[in-house]
Design a protein around this ligand. Structure first.
Ligand code: BG6
Length: 514
C-alpha cells in the first residue's frame, strides 16, 4: 500500500489525531530525575523533540532528586544516557543548546524548603529563558512519594499558575494497586491539582500504531460496517516480551503481569479497538467512549476466574538459544514467589456491538518473541461455494501490529495460479517503515508534547483508571483465595502455559502465531 493521500492533504498520522495546539515554552520539572525513566525515556524523548524542531527553544528541564549533583555533572550524565538510548544519533551542536537548558535541583521530597528554592529557581528561569510561568511537573517516583511532593508543591503555590500561564502534572504508572489505592492516589493528586491539570500517562497510547487504530476504524468506510458481532468471530490481543524482569524485581514481584500490563496498556488497546465513534476528537469525547467499554466489560468473579483467566510464571529455559534463569531465580525475586509473569484472559464486552464476541488477551515475559498486536478474526464466508466441502478455509484476519514492524495486514483467500482450483490465504500488508519512510517518534515524545500543548486525549482519565481497577480486583481476589494461587509454570522461551492454549481450544480456537 502507498500513501496517496499525502500528496493531496496533510498526513493525519504525522499531524496527530486532531490539530494540536502549539506546544508552549515551559519548565519540565522531573521528580525522581536520577532514576531509570529519566535516563532511558524522558530526556532522550525531549532531546529528539528538540532535534526535530518540535520543542519551543525556551523549554527548560529541571531535574529534582535527593542526591548531591551539579548542573554540569548531571548534564554530562544525561548526555551519556541520551547517546545510548536516543532513537536518533545525538548531534553535538543540538545537544549543546539543549543541554544548557537542563538544571539539577537537590532536595528531599518532604522538605518544604527545597520547594521554596525550586519556586525561586523556576521564577528565575522564567526571566532568563522565557518559560513564561508554565510548569509541567513529572512524577517519575514511586506512588508513596506523591503525597509529599504534591502537598509541598501546593504549599509553595506551584500547583497554580499566574494568569495566562499553566501548571500541569504528569503521573507515571503504577496508578494504584487496586481500586481503593487508586482512589486514594486520585484523592492525593486532586488535593493539589484539578482533573484538568492531571495527565496520567499510559505510554502505549503514545505509540504511533495505537493512535492509528482510531484512524483505521473511523477514517475508512470499509471496516466500520463490519465491526460488530454479525461479522466478527473474535478478537485477540497479544503483548509478548522476550525480556524477563530486568532489575525491576522490587516493583514487579509485588505487581505481576495483570496489574503491570493488563490494567493499563492492554485495556487501553482493547478500548481503542472496540469503542464507539466519539462525537468529536476532543479529549473528553474520546475518553467518554473508552470508559464505556471498560464499564461494559463483563466482570470475571469467583469461579469464573479459574475458567476464564490463566496465570503463569516462567521457569528456566532459553531465549534465542541462550539459557535464562527462571523467574524465582532472578535477582531480587522471592525464591518462593507466586507472582504471575504471564496472564491470558477470555473477556466479553457486554454491549450491543460486541455481544457474543470473545476477546482473548495474553501478555507475558520471556516469551519466544517480542511483539504487540491486535488481531480481528472475521466470521467465515457462508459454506455454500468454495468452502462447501473444505471446512478448513481460513477466516479473514485483520492484524494491527503495534510493535515492532508497525503496520496493518489483512489476510484473505486467493486462488493459487494454475489450472486447478486451489485456495490459499494471502496477506495484504502495510508497513509504516516502507510506506512513510520515516521512523515513528517514541511514545514519550508524543505524550510530552501533548502535555505541553494541553491535549489530554492520550492520557487516562480518573474514571477510566478506576473502572479498570474494578475489573481487575475480583480476579486478583480470587487468585488469592486459591490454594496454589492458580499458578501454572511455563519454560522461558515458550508461549506460556498449556492451559492458555486450552482456554481457546475449549472454544474451538487457537492463538494466532506472532
Ligand atoms: C511497562 C511495564 O509499563 O511496559 C513493563 O511496566 C513492560 O513491564 C513495558 O516491559 C513494555 O513497554 P514497551 O513499550 O517496551 O512494550
Amino acid at each position: 500500500m502507498t500513501h496517496i493521500a499525502e500528496q493531496i492533504q496533510p498526513n493525519p498520522l504525522r499531524e496527530g489525531l486532531s490539530t494540536r495546539a502549539v506546544p508552549q515554552p515551559c519548565s519540565v520539572v522531573i521528580f525522581g530525575a536520577t532514576g531509570d525513566l529519566t535516563h532511558r525515556k524522558l530526556v532522550p524523548a525531549l532531546y529528539n523533540l528538540a532535534a526535530d524542531g518540535e520543542l519551543a527553544p525556551a523549554v527548560s528541564v529541571v531535574c529534582v532528586a535527593r542526591r548531591d549533583k551539579t548542573d554540569e555533572g548531571f548534564r554530562k550524565e544525561l548526555e551519556e544516557a541520551t547517546r545510548k538510548f536516543s532513537r536518533q544519533n545525538v548531534r553535538d551542536e543540538i545537544w549543546k543548546t539543549f543541554g544548557q537548558g537542563i538544571f539539577y535541583h537537590r532536595t528531599e521530597f518532604h522538605d518544604l524548603n527545597g520547594y521554596k528554592t525550586l519556586a525561586d529557581r523556576l521564577a528565575q528561569l522564567d526571566k532568563e529563558r522565557g518559560t513564561r510561568g508554565n510548569r509541567l511537573f513529572y512524577l517519575a517516583v514511586a506512588p508513596d512519594q506523591f503525597d509529599d511532593i504534591l502537598t509541598n508543591l501546593k504549599q509553595v503555590g506551584l500547583n497554580r499558575a499566574a494568569e495566562g500561564s499553566w501548571a500541569r502534572v504528569i503521573v507515571e504508572k503504577p496508578f494504584g494497586t487496586d481500586l481503593d489505592s487508586a482512589r486514594e492516589l486520585n484523592r492525593v493528586v486532586n488535593n493539589s491539582f484539578s482533573e484538568q491539570q492531571t495527565y496520567r500517562i499510559d505510554h502505549f497510547l503514545g505509540k504511533e500504531t495505537a493512535q492509528n487504530i482510531l484512524v483505521l476504524r473511523f477514517a475508512n468506510a470499509t471496516f466500520e460496517p463490519l465491526w460488530n458481532t454479525r461479522y466478527i468471530d473474535h478478537v485477540q490481543i497479544t503483548a509478548g516480551e522476550t525480556l524477563g524482569v530486568e532489575g525491576r524485581a522490587g516493583y514487579y514481584d509485588k505487581s505481576g503481569a495483570l496489574r503491570d500490563m493488563v490494567q493499563n496498556h492492554l485495556l487501553q488497546l482493547l478500548c481503542l479497538i472496540s469503542m464507539e465513534a466519539p462525537t468529536d476528537l476532543s479529549a473528553d469525547s474520546v475518553r467518554d467512549e473508552k470508559v464505556k467499554v471498560v464499564r461494559s466489560l463483563r466482570r470475571i468473579v469467583s469461579r469464573a476466574v479459574i475458567e476464564n483467566v490463566v496465570r503463569g510464571q516462567y521457569s528456566s529455559g532459553a531465549i534465542n538459544g541462550k539459557p535464562v534463569p527462571g523467574y524465582r531465580e532472578e535477582q531480587g525475586v522471592n525464591p518462593q514467589s507466586v507472582t504471575e509473569t504471564y496472564v491470558a484472559l477470555r473477556m466479553h464486552i457486554d454491549d450491543w456491538r460486541w455481544a457474543d464476541v470473545p476477546v482473548y488477551v495474553r501478555v507475558g515475559k520471556r516469551l519466544p518473541k517480542s511483539g504487540t498486536e491486535i488481531s480481528v478474526h472475521f466470521k467465515k464466508a457462508p459454506p455454500v461455494l468454495f468452502n462447501k466441502e473444505s471446512v478448513t478455509l481460513d477466516q479473514n484476519v485483520l492484524v494491527v501490529r503495534i510493535q515492532p514492524d508497525e503496520g496493518i495486514s489483512l489476510r484473505m483467500q486467493a486462488k493459487i495460479p494454475g489450472t486447478s482450483l486451489r485456495i490459499e490465504p494471502v496477506k495484504m500488508d502495510f508497513h509504516y517503515g516502507t510506506s512513510f519512510g520515516k521512523p515513528s517518534p517514541e511514545a514519550y515524545e508524543r505524550l510530552l508534547l501533548d502535555a505541553m500543548s494541553g491535549d489530554a486525549t492520550l492520557f487516562a482519565r480518573r474514571d477510566e483508571v478506576e473502572e479498570a481497577w474494578s475489573f481487575i480486583d475480583p480476579i486478583e481476589q480470587e487468585w488469592q483465595n486459591q490454594k496454589d494461587k492458580a499458578l501454572y509454570f511455563y519454560s522461558a522461551g515458550s508461549w506460556g502455559p498449556d492451559e492458555a492454549d486450552e482456554l481457546l481450544a475449549r472454544d474451538g480456537r487457537a492463538w494466532r502465531r506472532l
